[in-house]
Design a protein around this ligand. Sequence first.
Ligand SMILES: C[S@@+](CC[C@H](N)C(=O)[O-])C[C@H]1O[C@@H](n2cnc3c(N)ncnc32)[C@H](O)[C@@H]1O
Length: 314
Amino acid sequence: MVFARYLVEPRLFTQLPPDWAGIFGRRAPLTVEIGFGNGEFLTEEAARHPEFDYVGFELSLTCIEKACRKFHAAGLTNVRVVRLDGRFGLRELFPDGSVRRVIVNFPCPWPKARHAERRLVNAEFARTLAAVLEPGGVFELTTDALFFAEEARGNLAATGCFGIEGPLEIQGEPRTRYERKWRARGLKIYRMAARKLGPAAVERIAEGRMPHVRLKTELDKEDIPRKVVGLKEVWPRGAFVVKEAFVAPCGDEVLLRTFATDDDFQQQFFISVSRDAKGWIVQLDGATVPFRTPAVKRAVFAVAKRLEENGVEP
Ligand SMILES: C[S@@+](CC[C@H](N)C(=O)[O-])C[C@H]1O[C@@H](n2cnc3c(N)ncnc32)[C@H](O)[C@@H]1O
């Protein structure tokens, strides 16, 4: 129930980046927290700064639920959360120069070399920060993993857009669950702050419009799975594969479970192939709307092309 008040589902928006002033019902400086966990820090911050609006990204639904309960208990109106990879969310949901602060507390450090590309503050994320922060806006990272903070510093410095302080060891009361946990184990805690000095831009890949194709040919519903299951394409920045098909027992519709990847951002969704009064149409199914990225659009158009090639002349 508390979800309804705080959870935003930007996949459903037909315009990206979304109108945050419309969502909050006012125009206020924006702070973003990525990986807010149980929401302890986000709740305290939002309560302490009612003049700011806060957007949190988190992958775990359990964490989102716990955080929303805290927001509700505190009576907050200046927080929204999105269940999404914060790297993608920060780039696709905020225009250049629109965010005052970005906060990351205790990100998963992924210490093994073979997992390095999973680390949050990679080169692409540093370019995103350089673009979306306002002039003078700040990125704050707190972590127990000094190697992580130093690598983040290197990636931020490489953009040439930041004045950077730290990482420096900090003392004081723990602000988050993980800070409490690591301090109890005697670990040192480090903070780094990067202030944006110069302008930058970043390429965005998601858009609001829904791809669809009207077919000129007639189809045999039972034959659609054979034609498109296994259809896949791989190109330097993406890939898609149609994994399986579900044929509706009644009515003319087939749903195609599809995976699409744009760089390291993966989505799973259904493509609907259905018939209405005007004929067959290939489009995204409304129950699992993905972000309309190049890989998603390419999957829809490739399915339509394959069916058109193999269709029956009406
Ligand atoms: C180690 S926990 C820290 C939680 C909290 N910040 C704290 O200090 O207690 C990391 C959190 O980041 C979330 N997370 C990891 N990668 C993420 C990403 N790419 N986008 C959003 N959240 C992410 C995880 O689900 C997890 O809740």
